[in-house]
Design a protein around this ligand. Structure first.
Ligand SMILES: Cc1cc2nc3c(=O)[nH]c(=O)nc-3n(C[C@H](O)[C@H](O)[C@H](O)COP(=O)(O)OP(=O)(O)OC[C@H]3O[C@@H](n4cnc5c(N)ncnc54)[C@H](O)[C@@H]3O)c2cc1C
Length: 375
C-alpha cells in the first residue's frame, strides 16, 4: 500500500497555491517554497477565465471578479488601410475577468489557515531523491523529506527540464499595460488581428474596471523588446489622445509546447510548468486547475489500491485525458500559421460573410456553434 503524507510544493503562483489548498483539504501536510518575497508578484496574467474554471477555483476567485463578458469582438486589420473586418464571438456562458493578485492573496490566506507552511524568498534549485523520499534544496540548504514534490514553477520550466518532464521549451511572450482612459472606449474585450501588431498571435484591449483597461500584445518567434515595442505602438495608435495614466507594464512567458509528461516517479509538474496555454484565448488558468485536479484524483486512486511508483503514470493518464483538447488547439494553430496566420482567417470570414460565431465552451473554442452570417 502506498502512503503519501508530506508534500513539498515548489512555486506559489496560482498552480502552487491551488495545489496546496487542494492537498491540505485532503489531509496532506504541505510546505510551499516561493522565490519572491510575497505571493502575487511579479504580475503577468490578464485573468480571463470561463465560469467552469471560476467555480472550480471557488470562493477566492469569485471574490476576485472585476468584470464579466458575454462576447469578444475580433477586429481583422489589414495593412491596406481598409475598414477593419469585425467578427463577434458570442459566448453561451459568461467569461470572467479576475484580479489575479487578489486571487493569489486570498488563496495564500486560505492555505495558511489550513496549516500550509510557506518558505518565501526561497529559490529551489534541486530536487534530490534519497531513500525513497525527496528533499528540495535551496543554495545548499535542504528541506524535507517529502513523499511527493509538486513542481509549480511556471513557464520558465527549469526544474521540469532537469527531471526530464519537459525536454524542450517553446514560449511566446506577452506584455500588457494597465491604462486609465479619459472616457470609456469599449465594454467588451477587443482582439486585434494584424500582422503589424503580431505575426503569429494578436493584441487585445480588455475593459478592467471603471475607465481602466488592459492593453496587450502576444507574439512568438519575437524577442521581448520587439513585443514591448509593438505594445507601445498599439498604445500610441489606439489610445494616445485618450490615456490619462499608464498605471503599470507587466508580462511574461506563455508556454506553447504540447502537454509535457506530467511527472516522473513522485516528482509531479502542474500548471504552466507542464501544461500548454491554449493558443486562441489564453486558457492557462484552465490548465492549472485541470492539472491540480488530475493530481488529486491520481492520489485518491493510489491511496485506495496503488503502488507509489505508479503516481506519475496514473497522473499522466488522467491529465492527458483532461487536457486532450489543448492538443487539438495546437494542431489547429499549426494549420492557421501555415496558411498565413490569423489574418487569413479574417480574409476567409470576409469572403464567406461571417459576422460571428456562437461559442459553446470558452475553454474549448474548437467546439463552435453555428456561424452568424451577414444578410
Ligand atoms: C501576458 C499574459 C496574459 C495571460 N492571460 C491569461 C488569461 O487571460 N487567462 C488565462 O487563463 N491565462 C492567462 N495567462 C497564463 C496564466 O498566467 C498562466 O497559465 C498561470 O499564471 C500559470 O500559473 P503557474 O502557477 O503555473 O505559474 P506562475 O503564475 O508563473 O507561478 C510560478 C511561481 O513559481 C515561482 N517559482 C518559479 N521557480 C521557482 C523556484 N525554483 N523556487 C521557488 N519558486 C519558484 C515563481 O516566482 C512564481 O511565483 C497569461 C499569461 C501571460 C504572460
Amino acid at each position: 500500500m502506498y502512503e503519501v503524507r508530506d508534500v513539498g510544493v515548489v512555486g506559489a503562483g496560482l498552480a502552487g497555491l491551488y495545489a496546496s489548498k487542494t492537498l491540505l483539504r485532503e489531509g496532506y501536510s504541505v510546505d510551499i517554497f516561493e522565490e519572491h518575497r510575497a505571493v502575487g508578484i511579479p504580475k503577468h496574467c490578464t485573468g480571463l477565465i470561463s465560469s467552469y474554471t471560476l467555480y472550480l477555483l471557488g470562493k477566492p476567485a469569485i471574490k476576485s471578479v472585476v468584470n464579466a463578458f458575454d462576447r469578444y469582438e475580433l477586429l481583422f486589420i489589414n495593412h491596406k488601410g481598409d475598414k477593419p473586418y469585425r467578427v463577434t464571438l458570442q459566448f453561451r456562458e459568461r467569461v470572467y475577468l479576475v484580479d489575479r493578485v487578489n486571487l493569489e492573496k486570498k488563496l495564500y490566506e486560505e492555505v495558511v489557515a489550513q496549516g500550509g507552511r510557506f518558505f518565501l524568498k526561497t529559490h529551489i534549485n534541486r530536487v534530490i531523491a534519497l531513500h525513497g523520499k525527496y528533499r528540495v534544496s535551496s543554495n545548499g540548504r535542504a528541506y524535507g523529506p517529502y513523499d511527493v514534490v509538486v513542481i509549480a514553477e511556471g513557464a520558465k520550466r527549469v526544474l521540469v527540464r532537469k527531471h526530464s518532464l519537459c525536454p524542450n521549451v517553446t514560449n511566446a511572450i506577452g506584455f500588457q499595460a494597465m491604462v486609465k482612459l479619459r472616457e470609456g472606449l469599449a465594454d467588451v474585450p477587443y482582439i486585434f488581428i494584424s500582422s503589424n501588431i503580431s505575426r503569429y498571435f494578436f493584441g487585445w484591449l480588455v475593459p478592467y474596471a471603471g475607465r481602466e483597461y488592459l492593453v496587450g500584445v502576444m507574439d512568438s518567434n519575437s524577442r521581448a523588446t520587439e513585443v514591448f515595442t509593438k505594445l507601445l505602438s498599439l498604445l500610441r495608435k489606439l489610445l494616445s489622445h485618450n490615456i490619462t495614466r499608464i498605471r503599470e507594464f507587466f508580462g511574461g512567458y506563455i508556454p506553447l509546447n504540447k502537454l509535457c509528461i506530467g511527472g516522473s516517479n513522485r516528482v509531479i509538474g502542474v500548471g504552466d510548468a507542464i501544461s500548454p496555454v491554449k493558443p486562441f484565448t489564453g486558457g492557462g488558468i484552465y490548465g492549472v486547475v485541470e492539472s491540480v485536479n488530475s493530481l488529486s484524483d491520481a492520489l485518491k486512486l493510489l491511496r485506495e489500491y496503488g503502488e507509489s511508483t505508479e503516481l506519475a503514470y496514473i497522473y499522466g493518464r488522467i491529465l492527458s485525458q483532461r487536457l486532450k483538447r489543448l492538443a487539438s488547439h495546437h494542431a489547429v494553430k499549426g494549420i492557421v500559421d501555415l496558411v498565413g496566420g490569423f489574418s487569413t482567417l479574417g480574409v476567409i470570414a470576409r469572403l464567406l460573410r461571417i459576422k460571428g460565431y456562437c461559442v459553446k465552451y470558452y475553454d474549448d473554442m474548437l467546439r463552435l456553434g453555428k456561424p452568424l452570417l451577414t444578410s
